[in-house]
Design a protein around this ligand. Structure first.
Ligand SMILES: O=C(O)C(=O)C[C@]1(C(=O)O)C=C[C@@H](O)C=C1
Length: 367
């Protein structure tokens, strides 16, 4: 996929892009008040606003629609920064383009539906406008990439992804679970594509936004989209997760942006050395794991010959408890130790089950 970085979108964006603005446009005064606060804040690179809101149930505020678009033009003129809105169908694209909107984004509830994404893509054929694609609600990397590809195929190369987290009804911490691994996987699959993190939708509550945003930057994400409202308590949508401008500015002051190392450039010598040591350690770890699994195979052969069960609860409990304790003493977390040991034990069980079923044990592959 050929994509242009945000700094090359021709919109005056820098290396780390901060996008701020309300969940929904509510009144002209709300927008004016925000402009008054943002005028003094040069770090804000783009203004966001929802005017068509996909709501879970009917009867909630669904956005002001076209009537709010002229107010966003005013924002552009006053702040001299690009303005972005969410679009969910071709009619939205048409209105947004007519009113000089600079950047479009596709929301999580739209990304899940290839028909909707294709409808938007078709309406953008031949149009030179940047598009940002939020992750789908469910943790499906292919669906996210598919939506980006649909845009790219109609000629949109000013593309970015927005990581807004994934719905998980069992998670009690986040509104949308970050699943950082999946976002990093996107980075691995599309290394040139920039990712903006949306801590507002991940956190779901204003007091957690700083931590989520900082983690995103620690992971090397390229920007932040933060919902901001002049008076969050009175917001017509997403009241719990919006910041007031003062809170936003505090976060922007305290947060640290991190450089991602570009592998095409020189890697600093001391980092190189540390990485070489890590390479050696990893080699040793793999050798040790391989030795352990060869012993597991011998135990498996013994179990088969003596009709013993593969799973040995007492022994496993001992292994789990004693190694976890050892790991904790060596500064590793209990959670990490347990998940590592469980992964190893699962593999042992699988290998021995295969042996008992008379299947050859596959050559060692540890992922
Ligand atoms: O001790 C055994 O019986 C083993 O096969 C080893 C091992 C392990 O991986 O440590 C694997 C399976 C058992 O449930 C218990 C422990």
């Amino acid at each position: 996929m050929n994509t242009l970085k945000m700094k090359n979108w021709g919109l005056g964006l820098g290396k780390h892009v901060i996008i701020a603005g309300p969940c929904s446009v509510e009144t002209e005064k709300q927008i004016d008040d925000l402009c008054n606060s943002f005028e003094r804040e040069p770090q804000i690179g783009m203004f966001r606003a929802g005017i068509w809101k996909p709501r879970t149930r009917p009867g909630n505020f669904e956005g002001l629609g076209d009537q709010a678009l002229p107010w966003l033009q005013k924002v552009k003129n006053r702040l001299n920064i690009p303005v972005c809105v969410e679009v969910a169908k071709a009619a939205h694209v048409e209105s947004a383009l007519k009113h000089g909107i600079d950047v479009l984004w596709i929301g999580a509830r739209t990304t899940v539906n290839p028909f909707s994404v294709q409808e938007i893509a078709d309406s953008l054929q031949g149009v030179d406008i940047p598009v940002m694609v939020k992750n789908p609600i469910n943790p499906d990397l292919a669906l996210w990439i598919g939506a980006l590809e649909r845009m790219n195929k109609v000629g949109i190369n000013k593309l970015a992804a927005i990581h807004r987290g994934f719905a998980d009804p069992y998670d009690k911490i986040y509104r949308n679970k970050p699943n950082w691994n999946l976002a990093m996987q996107l980075k691995l699959e599309l290394p040139d594509l920039e990712i903006i993190n949306d801590p507002s939708h991940i956190a779901g509550k204003s007091e957690m936004i700083f931590d989520v945003a900082q983690r995103a930057l620690n992971f090397g994400m390229d920007g932040l989209m933060i919902e901001t409202h002049p008076n969050p308590e009175a917001a017509w949508s997403d009241a719990r997760q919006q910041l007031n401008p003062e809170q936003l500015l505090t976060i922007l002051k305290e947060i640290s942006f991190r450089e991602r190392i570009d592998f095409e450039n020189q890697i600093p010598e001391n980092l190189k050395e540390m990485r070489e040591s890590i390479d050696h350690i990893d080699q040793k770890l793999i050798d040790l794991l391989s030795d352990r699994f060869h012993l597991i195979d011998q135990v498996g052969a013994y179990k088969k010959a003596h009709d013993l069960s593969v799973f040995q609860g007492g022994r496993w409990q001992d292994v789990l408890d004693s190694r976890t304790k050892l790991g904790i003493k060596k500064d590793m977390s209990e959670k990490f130790m347990k998940s590592l040991l469980i992964a190893i034990h699962d593999e042992s069980i699988k290998r021995q089950e295969k042996q008992i079923a008379n299947e050859a044990v596959e050559p060692l592959t540890i992922i």
